[in-house]
Design a protein around this ligand. Structure first.
Ligand SMILES: C[S@@+](CC[C@H](N)C(=O)[O-])C[C@H]1O[C@@H](n2cnc3c(N)ncnc32)[C@H](O)[C@@H]1O
Length: 261
């Protein structure tokens, strides 16, 4: 997974712009009040952490050293970042009244234990708000690259569509069960369907630096890289119009409140 996250750090600017509407939707669910104590889980390079810091003191936690380094560099001293596994890190009990995440909570090996750990870090009534991918079938642009690239790299594997990974909380029934059993109440799971856009020129970074092609392309020679890109690019024609890529994202926006301990 580290290679993928390293690539993600390199592609941060493209991704932050692309997924800005999802960040806006997420931040719009933070309860009113401007002195909140916010934890951003799987914060990556810190776009949502920095944005959330306008509402109070925000701490970002991430397991990837390159991500946290990039986040610290861009945020300066205004925001705190912790390099740690959010599943097990001993956060101070009751330190937060809000937990947020954009695409950072689907990778837990043991979601129940992880969400229990986050619950212990919160006060009673704390707000949990996060955005996760719905199923692979509902997000075809996430799955179009690998089949196309197999024309050049026939052994290329696809990311699993169940278990820890991008689709780890795609099933709303099990997502709700994980939260219920980990001390979170009033769980609401809402579809969030947003068109995310980027300049066509950014599509290459998006497809080659993150996601399932990134590990295979990281060490590829120039000829292989070009052949893969030439094979993959046409698979995205259906989402390109007038110099822009229009990606119809299908996510869940999940809200819950910390139950009394
Ligand atoms: C898909 S990226 C999302 C990054 C960021 N939230 C964003 O929206 O740009 C997932 C992030 O979750 C982090 N992550 C995965 N498992 C984690 C864990 N157990 N504890 C903390 N961070 C984790 C990864 O390192 C990565 O930065």
């Amino acid at each position: 997974m580290t290679t993928t996250w390293n690539g993600w750090a390199a592609a941060a600017a493209v991704l932050d712009e692309l997924y800005r509407p999802l960040a806006d939707a997420l931040l719009g669910t933070i309860p009113p009040g401007d002195a909140r104590r916010i934890l951003d889980v799987g914060c990556g390079t810190g776009a949502t952490t920095i944005a959330a810091a306008r509402r109070g003191h925000c701490v970002g936690v991430d397991i990837s050293e390159p991500m946290v380094t990039a986040a610290r560099e861009r945020a300066g001293s205004t925001v705190e970042f912790v390099l740690a596994d959010a599943q097990t890190h001993p956060f101070p009990a009751g330190a937060f009244d809000t937990v947020i995440s954009r695409f950072g909570v689907m990778f837990f090996d043991n979601p129940r234990a992880a969400f229990g750990n986050l619950r212990r870090a919160c006060v009673e009534g704390a707000a949990l708000r996060f955005v996760v991918w719905r199923s692979a079938a509902e997000n075809p642009f996430l799955r179009a690259a690998v089949p196309a690239a197999r024309a050049v790299l026939p052994d290329l594997g696809e990311r699993p569509t169940t278990g820890p990974g991008p689709y780890g909380l795609a099933d709303p029934v099990s997502a709700r069960q994980h939260l219920d059993s980990a001390g979170w109440a009033d769980v609401v799971v809402r579809p969030l369907d947003v068109e995310c856009r980027m300049p066509e020129a950014d599509l290459e970074v998006y497809l080659t630096r993150i996601g399932p092609l990134a590990p295979a392309l990281a060490d590829a020679d120039a000829e292989t890289y070009t052949r893969v890109w030439d094979a993959v690019r046409p698979a995205y024609d259906r989402w390109v119009r007038d110099g822009e890529v229009h990606l119809p994202t299908a996510c869940w926006l999940i809200e819950a409140e910390a139950r009394p301990a």
